[in-house]
Design a protein around this ligand. Structure first.
Ligand code: ADP
Ligand code: MG
Length: 456
């Protein structure tokens, strides 16, 4: 049996046990170089793959090889092929994690130039089996910008940590490579900027601005589906950056192959780098996340209560946090920390309606009531100062709770255009993460929204 045949057998075995994306990521560009003196030498394209093969897959590879050559005692992996970029020096991941990011002030968290939210860090990200690959890939890309996997494409369901990872990666780069130009943007904002630039005939300037970046992060790229002009311009920007070895990181709620109305040329670009998925966290990971979040918020709560929450909310970390926020809000309102019995009661309503339903009317009415403004002021083209914020909150909730499109939201609230709605959404979204008052207001308004609906 030749080395080539032996490695083919290994690859065949691995292919069966891994997803296609994973298999490609870890085994593309690997070969056996030699088989002598009880040791097999495997060449791998880079240090990142080397670490993973050594730590994750060695046992499995070893088993296959032993079937053919029982005298083999050892497999060594060496960085040899240049097919996937130059080798990177082996360094400790932890040294790339800036320690201070998560301790920075909570306000003014968004950097004007990069659009990154400093609140997100690797420190506050719990690594579990569900996100291990995405996490490692993000760190690896951050330390070897543009050279390792380009693009890095992260996908996973709503509320599972994609934005957190994207932002944390941008923050690491911002902190460790200060001269690098970075931009984080949602694909909806990107689309709206493109539309705006086309209208104002400033698209060339916009393209040039993007072409100067070292790292472009586009969140929720699935939203460019069906938007031909945006795809067109994004394609040329992508190529320009890619051609210069500038890093692109994308996230989506599904893999590139499952994004409908995505041009084939873009899909194949998206599939050309590394694809990593984020799955649903297991109980341990959920519990660890709850612990980190309550510590973050200086909230003391017993383990049983946290376990109870973690075992009852499984599919979405944002919901998990939402449940915790609800408990925190109530404990502040009633000035006491709830015990397990009370936690159960508090969550009962939340849990009994896992897919809570509401309508846009109910949202508008609840917001108006909560802030003591009239529905008319909220929805008409009123310029009264006191409705500005309620309107922003309403825009945010229409998006989060009933998933209206931004143009629809704009038109329901005084005939404003979609960029106003996007702006409002992003502003409140950020405040929801960083501002205690906003957080509590949202909890209380949602209480009303769902009560109103259930009673009607
Ligand atoms: P997505 O972008 O996938 O919808 P987000 O990144 O916005 O999800 O995550 C939702 C919330 O859950 C955020 O507050 C984020 O900080 C938190 N979160 C998600 N995954 C983790 C994790 N592994 N560790 C800590 N917090 C997490
Ligand atoms: Mg997100």
């Amino acid at each position: 049996m030749t080395n080539e045949e032996l490695w083919k057998a290994v690859l065949g075995e691995m292919e069966i046990s891994l997803s296609r994306a994973n298999f490609t990521t870890w085994f593309k560009g690997t070969t056996i170089i030699s088989n002598a003196n009880g040791a097999i030498l495997v060449s791998v394209p880079n240090g990142f793959v080397k670490e993973w093969l050594e730590n994750k897959f060695n046992k499995q590879i070893f088993t296959v090889i032993q079937n053919y050559f029982s005298e083999i005692r050892e497999i060594k992996y060496i960085i040899g092929s240049a097919r996937m970029g130059p080798p990177i020096p082996k360094r400790d991941f932890s040294q790339f994690i800036p320690e201070k990011i998560s301790e920075e002030k909570q306000d003014a968290d968004i950097d004007k130039a990069t659009n990154l939210n400093r609140r997100y860090s690797f420190d506050s990200f719990v690594v579990g089996p569900n996100n291990e690959l995405a996490h490692a890939a993000s760190l690896a890309v951050a330390r070897s910008l543009g050279k390792l996997y380009n693009p890095l494409f992260l996908y996973g369901g709503v509320g599972l940590g994609k934005t957190h990872l994207l932002q944390a990666t941008g923050n690491v780069v911002a902190a460790t490579a200060t001269e690098r130009k970075i931009l984080y943007i949602s694909s909806e904002r990107l689309t709206s900027d493109i539309v705006e630039s086309l209208k104002n005939k400033t698209i060339e300037e916009m393209k040039q601005k993007y072409a100067r970046l070292d790292l472009l992060i586009v969140d929720d790229i699935q939203f460019i589906a069906g938007k031909e002009r945006t795809q067109d311009i994004f394609f040329s920007t992508f190529n320009e950056l890619y051609g210069k070895n500038k890093q692109i990181i994308l996230s989506s709620d599904r893999p590139p192959s499952a994004i409908p109305a995505l041009e084939a040329r873009l899909r194949s670009r998206f599939e050309g780098g590394m694809i990593a998925d984020i799955g649903i966290p297991d109980f341990e990971t959920r519990l660890a996340i709850l612990k980190i979040k309550s510590k973050d918020k200086n909230f003391e709560i017993d383990n049983d209560s946290l376990s109870y929450i973690a075992s009852n909310i499984q599919k979405n970390i944002r919901e998990l946090e939402g449940a915790l926020n609800r408990i925190i809000a109530f404990s502040q309102i009633y000035n006491k920390t709830p015990d397990l019995k009370e936690v159960k009661k508090l969550l009962a309503a939340y849990l009994s309606t896992p897919y809570r339903k509401t309508t846009h009317q109910s949202i508008l009415k609840s917001v108006a009531d909560f802030y003591g403004v009239t529905l008319n002021d909220l929805t008409k083209r009123s310029r009264k100062k006191e409705v500005v914020r309620p309107r922003q909150i309403a825009m945010f909730l229409l998006r989060e709770e009933v998933k209206l499109s931004f143009p629809e939201i704009g038109s329901k609230l005084g005939g404003r255009d979609h960029s106003t709605a996007i702006h409002a959404y992003e502003k409140i979204k950020n405040e929801e993460d960083s501002n205690e008052t906003t957080k509590q207001e949202l909890v209380l308004i949602k209480e009303r929204i769902y009560q109103t609906f259930e009673n009607s």
